[in-house]
Design a protein around this ligand. Structure first.
Ligand code: IMP
Length: 184
């Protein structure tokens, strides 16, 4: 079956396609402009965007919303991660927490699957870790060069295998896949 993935982020599409390649679910990227509502809740944002995308595309859609939540910054940049990244990048984040000892952070992802005239299905994933003292690695995207997953020593940009196995997005995708293989 075909599902539209409403996103402009090719990296997210690749991550989703990789895990769904052994199923009968076919993901089609739809790079439609969706205005991001302002909210502290990833779930609320993803549901709003999914409703918009279904109305526009008239087919089943997946929307994913994610962000980096830093403990010592009261969960900033959180739902503003995309915007903050565009403004100050990961170097800006390193500078912001320069002298702060607690470097704990959590990546969160919410996937919403929505069929026309149905209720949204919601799948979440989280990955705990710390913000590195300096950026390292070249793989991945976004804040990957400064995120070190819990119990590891390398950033996701240095160790993409770790990201592929246990990222926030992978966790949410796996929950969606499990649900989809029995319900779709
Ligand atoms: P959005 O979900 O497209 O609104 O953007 C979330 C933002 O969070 C992205 O633009 C990235 O900057 C950041 N982000 C989300 N997931 C990841 C990830 O897996 N690695 C690095 N940065 C991420």
């Amino acid at each position: 079956m075909k599902i539209a993935f409403a996103t402009g982020n090719k990296n997210k599409v690749l991550e989703l396609k990789k895990i769904l390649e052994k199923t009968n679910i076919q993901i089609i990227q739809k790079n439609i402009e969706i205005e991001e509502p302002r909210s502290e809740s990833l779930q609320e944002i993803a549901i709003t965007k999914a409703n918009y995308a279904v109305n526009k595309l008239k087919m089943s859609v997946i929307v994913e919303d994610s962000g980096l939540f830093i403990d010592s910054l009261n969960n900033f940049p959180g739902t503003y991660s995309h915007w903050v990244y565009d403004k100050i990048g990961y170097i800006g984040i390193i500078n912001l927490i320069n002298k702060i000892k607690t470097r704990k952070a959590t990546f969160k992802a919410v996937i919403v699957y929505l069929e026309p005239n149905k209720k949204p299905q919601i799948f979440t994933g989280e990955k705990q870790g710390t913000i590195a003292l300096e950026s390292k690695g070249v793989d991945g995207f976004g804040y990957d060069p400064i995120f070190i997953p819990k119990n590891e020593t390398k950033t996701w940009a240095e160790n993409p295998n770790s990201k592929n196995q246990s990222s926030h997005r992978q966790m949410a995708i796996k929950k969606f896949t499990n649900w989809a293989t029995t319900n779709l």
